[in-house]
Every structure is written in structure tokens, then in C-alpha cells.
Design a protein around this ligand. Structure first.
Ligand code: SF4
Length: 469
């Protein structure tokens, strides 16, 4: 057999019908993750056509997007704290899941959380699976060697009804990352640098495989951060070959295989990494030995610079100028030192335990600047519990930050956690589009270390300075 890439192996294993010039391939889906926003409409279509959910056991539902991050234990609580539209969405989700026999991680579940945090935490995200969800950042699960991508509402309906999807086969892009990160520089900085290099359309039509010593050296949390933002480079998905780090992360998790099934699964998973001489449609290389913390200055994640660099000169391009105007920044001037109003540490990019530990390390014994609102939102209730067992919540609250229940929160501001018009927010999330965190809000994407250092200073700050003290 020809040498095959990781992507090719997973694709071939799930292809029910191969694509032709006239028709896309039919791909079998192993796992469908879902939440309160995209699913209600899909259920309506199913009901109107008299269709049942084909495999309710292969869909897992959670509450995250419009879910309040203040304590809610029941629907009665929800009516009290949530906007009526959000409460209605959640009520419909609960009813639909009950009717279809889909497992829902409800308010009273200590496994509830952001859809891309709970899958890995529960061990249901596994190497070699095809995973879909009605959220662009489903690429996160590719960190395990899964083929995972976001789908729209219509496709959510297809998966619910058939457990299959029609898909054109993407091309492959290998991104080879070499070198060793210096202290203060993280996986978030790697992926921002990659997007800066290839651009927000650089991965279009491709599945990226992140490879090389710098990727192999990352923890699973860090690998998820990298794969999470693949979509911001326009890619269909991002993948990393499973290895011992992956297996150690998964072993013993509630929904991972156990006993003899575990041994068989690991044997199978060890065959997934790309063959040595396989072909990629494109390759890009990046050495991260000298990488600095990265921050965005504009209104897409490709408008990114090293934290100690100046905003690029005005290119004369009207969209570039418009973007700078929206952000209130000037070409040729540094971002470092700009006063900020809000710091958000959370989202499926950076709300895992290691992210919270990074931020807490910098905030320990320090105070958030009085002019700053700092919001720390763990990715799941399980992460929250573990963080509290380690005393991280105490560090955050002693510093003056808010410590919340899990959810998407200020990543997209659907649950009432928003940034005000004209306010500048340093955020560990994944999108800095106009209005993403609230109408007129200005978003600067950064790592949890940069966000924490900024919260202390009240200005955009280089975490390497605080780490050196
Ligand atoms: S945190 Fe943001 S990107 Fe992630 S699932 Fe929620 S809304 Fe989507």
C-alpha cells in the first residue's frame, strides 16, 4: 500500500462511498458533539420530516454557548439569571435530548463544560475518530489524531438523521515546527505565529498536520490550543499524530476504552501516524526557538505581531486601515503598554487546567490593576473542581479577578458576559473579529501568560518580564 498521511488513514477508514467528479464522498461520523445553539433548528427539520435520530448513543450534548457563568442548578435558576432567548434555547435543548435519548451534560452534571473541553476530558475524543460539532473550533479534537471539524446547522441535521456526512476530500498541509520554546512563550504563541505566517486563508481547503519536535514536546492541553485555531488559518481541520503523551492523557478517563479494549485501541492507534515517506500537498516550516509572545493588533487572527514589535506600517489597504481604526491603534506604534479595560482568561482555546495554572502563577501574590476587569472562566466543571482543589480559585480572587462557572462566556458574549463598546480586552480566546465579544468591543488575542501579566499591569505587558522577577 502507498505511504499514507494520518489524515489519509482516518479518511479512508471512514469513507462509506468515495467521491466522484459529480458527488462528494459519504463519510461515517463516529462522534457528534452538540450544544444549545446549533441543535434546536436541526431537530426542527428532523421533526418536520418525521425522521428519528439514527444513533443517539453517538451524540453527546452539553450546555456552554449561551449558558450563564454564574451558578445555575436548575431551570428555575436559569430563568432568573439568563436572558429569555438564552433560557429558551437551553430549555429546547434539554427537551430535544430527552425525547431523542441523547445524553446531555445538564446544569447538575459535574462533567458539563465547553464542548471542546469535555470531549477530551471524558476520553470520548479518541485517535482515529471522525468527530463533528456545530462549532468551528471542533478542530481542537484533532490534537488526538482525530479528524474533527465544524459543521453547519443543516449538516447537524444530516448527522443526526444518518450518522454520515457528504464531504469533498480536503488537501493536506504539513506544518513542521522545530526548536524549543523559551519560558514565557506557549502553544498559543506558536499557533498565532503560524497564522501570522500563512495568513487567515493559508489553510483553506486543507487539513493541517502539525509535526516536528516542538509539537511532540507539547502537552495534550497545549496541542489542543494549537489545533483549536486551525480554522483561523482557514483550514478544514488540524491534526497531530497520537503518541505516548496522547495515550497517557486518555488512559483511565471515564469514556476511554478500558482493560483489553484499551490495549487493542492503543495497538490500533499506534498505526495512525503518517508514514515516513507519505506525500503532503503542501509543506511549511517554522522554527520557534526565538519566538516571542504573540499578540494581535487588528480584527482577524492573522493580524499578529511579536509583543515587543510595532504594528506594521500602513499598507494603504482600506481593510487594513479600517481594522486599525476599529481597534483604535496606529500603524508603526507598539501595542505594548496600551491600557486595557478587560482581561478574559477562558474559551476552548485556553481554559484548561494548565492554562489556569499558567495564569495563576503570574497572579499569585499580585493584584489585578484597579482599572481592569479580569474574568477567569474554566473550560468545564471538572476543570473548575480540579483548579479549586489546587487553590487556583483563591489566587484569582485574592488578586481581584472574577472566578466563574464553566462556559464559552466572553469568547462570543452570548451569555451576557460581554466587553463594552470601545473597551480593549486582552483575551485568550480565538477570534478578534469586530463585535465578537460585544458590540464595538476591541479584542487582542494572547496567551494566558500574556493575559495575566496584562491584568496586573493594566497595560499590554510582556509576561517574560514578570516571570524573570
Ligand atoms: S469557547 Fe468560543 S470557540 Fe469555543 S466552543 Fe465556545 S463559542 Fe465556540
Amino acid at each position: 500500500m502507498n505511504a499514507r498521511s494520518l489524515f489519509e488513514k482516518v479518511w479512508q477508514d471512514h469513507q462509506v462511498v468515495a467521491e466522484t467528479a459529480d458527488a462528494p464522498a459519504v463519510l461515517y461520523i463516529d462522534l457528534h458533539l452538540t450544544h444549545e445553539v446549533t441543535t434546536p433548528e436541526a431537530f426542527n427539520v428532523l421533526k418536520s420530516r418525521g425522521l428519528a435520530v439514527r444513533r443517539p448513543d453517538l451524540t453527546l450534548a452539553t450546555l456552554d454557548h449561551s449558558t450563564p457563568t454564574v451558578p445555575v442548578r436548575s431551570l428555575k435558576d436559569l430563568e432568573r439569571v439568563a436572558e429569555s432567548s438564552a433560557a429558551a434555547q437551553i430549555r429546547v435543548m434539554i427537551e430535544n435530548c430527552r425525547e431523542a435519548g441523547i445524553r446531555l451534560l445538564d446544569f447538575d452534571s459535574d462533567q458539563r463544560g465547553i464542548v471542546h473541553v469535555i470531549g477530551p476530558e471524558l476520553g470520548i475524543t479518541q485517535p482515529g475518530k471522525t468527530i463533528v460539532c456545530g462549532d468551528s473550533h471542533t478542530s481542537t479534537h484533532g490534537a488526538f489524531g482525530a479528524l474533527a471539524f465544524g459543521i453547519g446547522t443543516t449538516e447537524v441535521g444530516h448527522v443526526l438523521a444518518t450518522q454520515c456526512l457528504l464531504q469533498r476530500k480536503p488537501k493536506t498541509l504539513a506544518i513542521n515546527v522545530s526548536g524549543r520554546l523559551v519560558p514565557g512563550v506557549t502553544a498559543k504563541d506558536i499557533i498565532l505565529a503560524i497564522i501570522g505566517r500563512i495568513g487567515v486563508g493559508g489553510g483553506t481547503g486543507h487539513v493541517i498536520e502539525y509535526r516536528g519536535e516542538a509539537i511532540a514536546a507539547l502537552s495534550m492541553d497545549a496541542r489542543m490550543t494549537v489545533c483549536n485555531m486551525s480554522i483561523e488559518a482557514g483550514a478544514r481541520a488540524g491534526m497531530i499524530a497520537p503518541d505516548d503523551v496522547t495515550f497517557q492523557y486518555l488512559q483511565g478517563r471515564p469514556m476511554a476504552p478500558a482493560g483489553a479494549a484499551w490495549d487493542q485501541a492503543v495497538k490500533r492507534w499506534r498505526g495512525l501516524p503518517s508514514d515516513a515517506d507519505c506525500h503532503f500537498d503542501r509543506e511549511v516550516s517554522l522554527d520557534v526557538s526565538r519566538l516571542a509572545p504573540m499578540i494581535t493588533f487588528g480584527t482577524n487572527p492573522g493580524m499578529v505581531i511579536p509583543i515587543d514589535a510595532a504594528v506594521p506600517a500602513d499598507s494603504g489597504d482600506s481593510s487594513f486601515r479600517k481594522s486599525l481604526e476599529y481597534m483604535g491603534v496606529e500603524a508603526g506604534k507598539p501595542m505594548l503598554g496600551r491600557p486595557v479595560d478587560v482581561v478574559f482568561i477562558g474559551s476552548c482555546t485556553n481554559s484548561r487546567l494548565s492554562d489556569l495554572r499558567d495564569a495563576a502563577n503570574l497572579l499569585r501574590g499580585r493584584k489585578v490593576a484597579p482599572s481592569v476587569r479580569a474574568l477567569v472562566v474554566p473550560g468545564s466543571q471538572a476543570t473548575k473542581k480540579q483548579a479549586e482543589a489546587e487553590g487556583l480559585d483563591k489566587i484569582f480572587t485574592a488578586a481581584g479577578a472574577e472566578w466563574r462557572e464553566s462556559g464559552c462566556s466572553m469568547c462570543l458574549g452570548m451569555n451576557g458576559d460581554t466587553v463594552g463598546r470601545g473597551q480593549l480586552c486582552v483575551s485568550t480566546s480565538n477570534r478578534n473579529f469586530e463585535g465578537r465579544q460585544g458590540i464595538g468591543a476591541r479584542t487582542v488575542l494572547a496567551s494566558p501568560l500574556t493575559a495575566a501579566a496584562t491584568a496586573v499591569a493594566g497595560r499590554i505587558s510582556d509576561p517574560r518580564e514578570l516571570l524573570a522577577r
